[in-house]
Write a protein that binds this ligand. Structure first.
Ligand code: HEM
Length: 408
């Protein structure tokens, strides 16, 4: 994933990318002197991500390494294959099935239970910022009650080179927090993912701490922040279209389409980085050897040569798949988990929050408390999400478990 993000600015990144796709789909990013190149069309992004020999992931070691340590996102070839395989089994659909009932559903229902007796909430503060981080904490085997710390560390680490003192401090704090847990699992492995990682062997030897903490520093934020943002964008799309929201509530089988169309329209991770290992011609433009190449997956997902009216969120779109999870050897390891969380999380919210709708906001002319209205757009550059989602609802239905066993 790209290393940098910036404060919200007044310009819309999608307008900028649309102009790039039209005028200069492969070019220097930010001026003629720049050493960073940008690729914006779907076909070109796909070409780069599927050709690891000419487009290396090593660049991520420069940008992420100082903060995250040794991570698979920065590995190439055989090294990448072997380290990825150490954890890949845990993220296969067959392995994830157990998390659906043991972790994902209980987590979202517990969060919704917290809204009982209320008629309004900010779904970002109270649901989306807490749900995926608690799930990935559970998968890894760290106490989910510490999720607020993980969330803060993840946000700070994502600042990467933009603010090294903040991002490296967060990285050190996370390691310090994880150390007793890692040491405990080395001595007493359980059935969680940390135990898998600390007991994994490479050439007959267990992984060193550098690799262990590299995995953990990557998996916690990668599993939490991306899905948190995607869930917010799914809700933003649905709440902005009450007629579609009603359709999905009546037919939850449409949730998969909600998730896929939102990932196409507003992916949470909009750019991934590569480095050229030789001069390469892309779309008639020669990109020199050794430059950083930003692949704008967010732009590729709105390529007008692939999608009709690409800026429109359309539940009934039947067009080719998006590239929100990347493609090729580094394709998102957590994509099945992310899809499962989004489907279950959104389904539970729609089912239990009756009459769910945006809170239109109010002014405080009478001296009473004003409320913030719905956001008008999704914000961010490399990572995108709605800043808040103020909603009102008529009532909170009990969880399926409470309905089945009212005495529990
Ligand atoms: C909607 C949510 C998500 C989005 C949009 C997303 C996006 C991406 C993208 C674009 C990549 C490719 C990076 C590259 O090619 O350089 C990636 C890789 C990765 N993702 Fe995700 N991701 C999401 C959720 C998750 C979750 C839930 C996890 C769980 C741990 C996860 C773990 C990873 C890991 C470990 C990699 C590195 C894979 C490798 O280098 O082989 N992601 N993700």
């Amino acid at each position: 994933m790209a290393d940098t993000d910036s404060e919200e600015t007044s310009f819309d990144i999608y307008d900028y990318w649309a102009e790039c796709r039209r005028v200069q789909p492969v070019g220097r990013f930010g001026g003629d002197e720049s050493d960073i190149w940008l690729v914006t069309r779907y076909a070109d992004v796909e070409l780069v991500l599927r050709d690891p020999k000419r487009f290396s992931s090593r660049i991520n070691a420069d940008t992420m390494g100082p903060v995250m340590g040794t991570v698979i996102l920065a590995m190439d070839g055989e090294e990448h294959r072997r380290y990825r395989n150490l954890v890949a089994h845990a993220f296969r659909p067959s392995a994830l099935a157990r998390w659906e009932s043991e972790l994902i559903a209980p987590t979202i229902h517990r969060l919704i239970d917290g809204l009982a007796g209320r008629s309004g909430a900010d779904l970002v503060a109270e649901i989306t910022s807490q749900f995926p981080v608690q799930v990935i904490a559970g998968v890894l085997g760290v106490p989910s009650e510490d999720h607020e710390r993980f969330h803060t560390w993840a946000l700070d680490m994502n600042k990467g080179p933009d603010d090294y003192s903040l991002s490296t401090a967060a990285s050190a704090a996370m390691r310090e927090y994880l150390t007793p847990i890692v040491e405990d699992r080395k001595a007493h492995p359980t059935d969680d993912l940390i135990s898998d990682i600390v007991t994994a062997e490479m050439d007959g030897e267990r992984l060193g701490d550098e690799h262990i903490y590299g995995f953990l520093r990557l998996l916690l934020p990668a599993g939490a922040e991306t899905t948190f943002a995607a869930m917010g964008s799914c809700l933003f799309a649905l709440l902005s279209k009450p007629d579609v929201l009603a359709r999905v509530r009546a037919d939850p089988s449409l949730l998969d389409a909600v998730v896929e169309e939102t990932l196409r329209w507003e992916t949470s991770v909009t750019m991934v980085n590569r480095e050229t290992t030789c001069p390469v011609e892309i779309d008639g433009v020669v990109v020199p050897k050794g430059v950083s190449l930003v692949c704008a997956t967010g732009s590729a997902n709105r390529d007008e040569s692939r999608y009709t009216d690409p800026d429109r969120w359309d539940l009934d779109r039947h067009e080719p798949a998006h590239i929100a999870f990347g493609t090729g050897r580094h394709q998102c390891l957590g994509m099945h988990l992310a899809r499962m969380e989004l489907r279950i999380g959104l389904g539970a919210l729609l089912e239990r929050l009756e009459g769910l709708r945006f809170d239109g906001g109010s002014t405080s002319a009478d001296g009473g408390a004003a409320t913030v209205g719905p956001p008008t757009r999704i914000e961010g550059l490399a990572f995108r999400s709605p800043p808040h989602l103020p909603v009102v609802f008529d009532s909170v239905r009990p969880s399926p478990q409470a309905r089945a066993d009212p005495e529990a």
